[in-house]
Design a protein around this ligand. Structure first.
Ligand code: SF4
Ligand code: SF4
Length: 95
């Protein structure tokens, strides 16, 4: 995993493609800091990230979304996610 500096945290951006998002809530469930939430857009549920400042840049939301609707920038620079990386976050308290 790349080293996370304060600069990285400031520069993070979570982009949600509302065309692709089906509001399944998977990303919300896997986010370890619960910063994602559902909002209604034209009567349909969509994920939103009202406050991205405390994002850990763990990319769990991105890895678990089955619709490629959520992306975290800067992009994940490590290896492709392994089964371990996809494990519940209780195994990954490295912050
Ligand atoms: S996992 Fe993907 S499709 Fe499901 S709510 Fe999150 S962004 Fe939308
Ligand atoms: S990258 Fe991690 S901390 Fe940031 S919104 Fe996605 S799941 Fe949550």
């Amino acid at each position: 995993m790349p080293k996370v500096t304060e600069e990285d945290v400031v520069q993070i951006e979570i982009k949600i493609d509302e065309e692709k998002c089906v509001g399944c809530g998977t990303c919300i469930e896997v986010c370890p800091v619960q910063l994602l939430e559902l909002k209604k857009v034209d009567g349909k549920k969509k994920t939103s990230a009202p406050d991205q400042s405390f994002c850990l840049k763990c990319h769990m939301c991105e890895f678990h979304c089955g619709y490629e609707a959520i992306k975290v920038y800067p992009p994940f620079e490590g290896q492709q996610p392994t089964d371990q990386a996809k494990a519940p976050m209780r195994h990954r308290h490295d912050h």
